[in-house]
Design a protein around this ligand. Structure first.
Ligand SMILES: NC(=O)c1ccc[n+]([C@@H]2O[C@H](COP(=O)([O-])OP(=O)(O)OC[C@H]3O[C@@H](n4cnc5c(N)ncnc54)[C@H](OP(=O)(O)O)[C@@H]3O)[C@@H](O)[C@H]2O)c1
Length: 327
């Protein structure tokens, strides 16, 4: 089979495509004929040895896939050969075949397109866990999403709206923010042109946002700390800006607010039951058309560097997907 390989750490251009042996399953895993793999910001980090997970070289990046089941281990009962599934792979997804543990393999709802299905696991898994379990967000609360045009950000907008929040979407371009509006954002802030702090204060009668979802860090985080409401929760999701911010803790005390960490990937091992229930709920919502994955670009696997470049250059909206079946 063909696979995109990271043979030495470096930027996306250092990735190569080569023939490799098919991966083997154990009793508890599933072999998948991969049609598409979701592209995540973390993939840009793992190939540069800047991510918390460090698979031994050479490896294929790619933490999520969609495709058809080729083979199941003896202890796998919920899916069988030929089923259409989406799955979390950790890494190894940028390949024509990949394996996943049975606990992270889900049947695809209805006749959903496989490119869209591949875009689901990480972004929806992260945002639902963040808003539901970590923030305990209630309907009627005000949610501010930083990086609202990106993979995780757009799902936070969509899920926040579905959960009944008033959603303020902050992003870096009017054009990209118009998609956030289509996904339910009530207010838009272009943070390349306007102050997040001033806009949010104006929109909330000076009170600030109850829940802040931050996948950007840097200056956006600094401003968010100046427009968080009393009892607010600021969700630390990521640092797409490249700067990990710092905060003087008296500011946390003065607002009686919380800064709450979110590390969704670890819940797969530490709290698998929470993750399973979250996915069951969301897969129902997909089947009912209440959630609609947004894929801005489908790129053939031979052009993986271009796919990752779209994220690094802030040119994507929602998700980019790598296709193992052409563009
Ligand atoms: N904690 C967790 O469990 C978890 C799970 C998934 C992802 N993450 C993290 O969340 C962050 C976003 O991931 P993603 O996959 O959603 O990425 P993405 O699709 O590339 O979205 C990131 C967004 O951040 C904004 N941004 C602001 N400054 C940027 C910069 N200098 N470079 C690139 N983007 C910038 C961009 O929107 P504008 O151009 O509109 O500003 C972009 O759309 C990453 O740090 C990732 O590691 C964390």
């Amino acid at each position: 089979m063909k696979a995109v390989l990271c043979k030495s750490y470096g930027p996306p251009e250092t990735l190569v495509v080569e023939e490799v042996a098919s991966p083997k399953i154990d009793d508890e895993s599933v072999l998948i004929d991969v049609h598409a793999a979701g592209v995540n910001f973390a993939d840009t980090l793992i190939i540069q040895n800047k991510y918390q997970m460090k698979p031994p070289l050479p490896f294929s990046p790619g933490s999520e896939v969609a495709g058809e089941v080729l083979e199941v281990g003896s202890k796998v009962e919920h899916v069988q050969t030929g089923d259409r599934v989406l799955a979390i792979t950790g890494w190894g997804g940028y390949a024509e075949q990949a394996t996943a543990h049975r606990s992270t393999v889900y049947p695809i709802p209805g006749d959903m397109d496989l490119n869209k299905a591949a875009s689901i696991p990480t972004v929806y898994g992260t945002s639902y866990y963040a808003l539901k379990q970590r923030a305990g967000m209630r309907s009627e609360e005000t949610l501010l999403v930083l990086g609202a045009t990106g993979g995780v950000g757009l799902t936070a907008v969509e899920l926040g709206k579905l959960m009944g929040a008033r959603v303020i979407a902050a992003g870096g371009s009017d054009q990209k923010l118009s998609i956030a509006a289509e996904y339910g954002a009530d207010h838009l802030i272009n943070y390349r042109e306007k102050s997040i702090k001033d806009e949010v204060r104006a929109l909330t009668d000076g009170q600030g946002a109850d829940v802040i979802y931050d996948a950007v860090g840097g200056d956006a985080f600094d401003q968010a700390m100046s427009c968080i409401n009393w009892n607010g929760r600021l969700l630390v999701v990521g640092f797409a800006s490249g700067r990990i911010p710092e905060v003087a803790v008296h500011r946390v005390m003065n607002k009686s607010c919380q800064i709450v960490g979110v590390l969704w990937g670890a819940t797969l091992i530490k709290e698998p039951e929470i993750n399973r229930k979250n996915f069951e709920e969301m897969l129902d919502w997909f089947a009912q058309g209440k959630l609609r994955p947004h894929v801005s670009n489908v790129i053939p696997m031979d052009r993986a560097a271009e796919a990752l470049g779209l994220l690094l250059e802030r040119k994507s909206v929602g998700k980019v997907v790598l296709s193992m079946r052409g563009g």
